[in-house]
Design a protein around this ligand. Structure first.
Ligand code: GDP
Ligand code: IMO
Ligand code: MG
Length: 439
């Protein structure tokens, strides 16, 4: 109540900052690992976009946790885990994820879900699958998006359509819930999507809502209240900048604003509150699903990166496409996110390569450029221009100070910072929480 009054009048704010971790590539940069690490010095970790399409791994003392909807701060006691309004929540999956963590002894009492987050229903997942099948029939596999089939696109589309959308708060209003579900099912007549009966879906969703009841809240007020008390809030991007529906490689993107630009709309916390934006990137590049990938390696070097980096999807298990680091893309992403620092992961994966390549420009029909082309048509026609750096043979998993890195590894870190124009402050050298160099 105190927080509501303070924020009900102009000038009632105490000034304090919020931080963010956002992926600078096509996802799977290691956001879960870094967020878990940074959560130790934050009071809340907040997901603001995407849904169960994300798969964030955290490894603590050799124990691996795969988080999809639940923020990666959940493993830290005293850290709230907030699912804000911009997330699309599959309540049944969320409950499964919660019980999976609880069965491993994790205290989940800090999880809060926005009443205004949208709900992924069975017909969203069925439609996601159906659209991909129809696209494959019409255009072949390369024409599909290669979605995670978690119902993300159809749920965000329903949100934009408004009248048939279900929000988390509606799970507790049986009459409204039924009306929305009936409308949504009617709109899908003839689409060929196979879903349970309306009665069944309303019953399942309502029951899930009841189980979540104590966790449902207005998270915008919650976060402003925390910031007003000087508490530290960390935003955790789902997916990544090059998958951002506005700033990524459209149409081969997801359906939300994954970059830091999605934070204000997805949480109700204005961008002016963000004082630290950590752009996270791998030492090479990966992509899951379709779409252009200029530095993709379809040879044994790509296979070697995939095997050494265990590059298989955390959500779908699909093998990730692998390639050299694209610094043109990373610099673009750092720009649109307003990254204040860079965290680089997977340096250990590159040890043992004779040489390491980084893409620093593209050849296009109009000549050489160092600008990114955030459009699949344009990006599909560029050829990468590489700079070749020396490799390093020494393992680096045990290194904990930048100065102790092999010279060639240090050279790569420095080249990235210089090219992107943003300092590299964190270097990850293994999946475990401890395997990290912080400058
Ligand atoms: P996210 O989606 O950005 O959270 O990333 P994922 O968890 O989907 O994928 C990253 C994978 O790399 C996970 O298996 C992590 O445990 C692992 N990982 C994170 N950082 C490092 C690192 O520095 N080195 C290695 N070898 N693996 C890492
Ligand atoms: P994290 O948070 C990697 C990709 C999918 C597909 C496209 C659209 O773990 O980094 P969607 O199901 O969202 O409609 O799929 O986006 N994609 C991801 N790729 N990591 C992710 O999340 C992703 N989230 C979506 O593979 O190409
Ligand atoms: Mg992932």
């Amino acid at each position: 109540m105190r927080a509501s009054r303070a924020f009900g009048r102009p000038g009632g704010h105490l000034v304090s900052g919020a931080s963010a971790v956002v992926g600078l590539q096509w996802g799977d940069e290691g956001k879960g690992k870094l967020v878990d690490l940074l959560a130790a010095e934050h009071d809340a970790v907040v997901r603001y976009n995407g849904g169960a399409n994300a798969g964030h791994s955290v490894v603590v003392g050799g124990e691996r946790y795969a988080l999809h909807l639940i923020p990666s701060g959940i493993l830290r006691r005293n850290c709230k885990a907030v699912i804000a309004n911009g997330v699309v929540v599959d309540p049944i999956r969320l409950l499964e994820e919660l019980s999976g963590l609880e069965s491993r002894g994790v205290d989940t009492s800090g999880l809060v879900v926005s009443s205004r987050a949208h709900v992924v229903m069975p017909y969203h997942k069925a439609e996601d699958e159906r659209r991909e099948t129809l696209l494959a029939q019409a255009l072949g596999e390369a024409g599909t998006i290669g979605t995670t089939k978690r119902g993300i696109g159809p749920c965000y589309a329903e949100k934009a359509q408004r009248s048939s959308a279900v929000r988390v708060g509606d799970l507790l209003r049986p009459k409204v819930l039924r009306q929305r579900v009936e409308a949504a099912v009617r709109f899908r007549e003839g689409m060929g999507v196979d879903v349970p009966s309306v009665d069944q879906m309303v019953r399942d969703a309502g029951e899930a809502g009841e189980r979540l009841r104590g966790r449902i809240d207005d998270t915008a007020y919650l976060l402003h209240g925390m910031l007003g008390e000087g508490k530290r809030v960390l935003f955790e991007g789902g997916n990544a900048t090059l998958l951002d529906v506005d700033h990524g490689t459209f149409p081969f993107v997801t359906s939300s604003n994954c970059s830091a630009l999605g934070i204000p709309a997805g949480s109700g916390v204005p961008g002016t509150r963000l004082t630290r934006v950590v752009g996270i990137m791998q030492a090479y590049a990966t992509r899951v699903g379709s779409g252009p990938f200029p530095t993709e390696l379809l040879d044994e070097v790509g296979d070697r990166i995939r095997e050494r980096g265990r590059e298989y999807g955390t959500t779908t298990g699909r093998p990730r496409r692998c390639g050299w680091l694209d610094l043109v893309a990373v610099r673009y992403s750092a720009m649109v996110n307003g990254a204040t620092e860079i965290a680089m992961t997977m340096l250990d994966v590159l040890s043992g390569f004779d040489e390491i390549r980084v893409c620093t420009a593209y050849e296009t029909a109009g000549g050489r450029t160092d600008r990114f082309c955030p459009d699949a048509e344009d990006l599909g026609h560029v050829k990468p221009v590489y700079e070749t750096l020396p490799g390093f043979a020494e393992p680096v998993e045990g290194v904990r100070r930048l100065d102790d890195l092999p010279a060639a590894a240090r050279g790569l870190v420095d080249r990235i910072g210089a090219f992107v124009g943003v300092p590299v402050r964190t270097v990850s050298v293994g999946p475990d929480r401890e395997a990290t160099i912080v400058d």
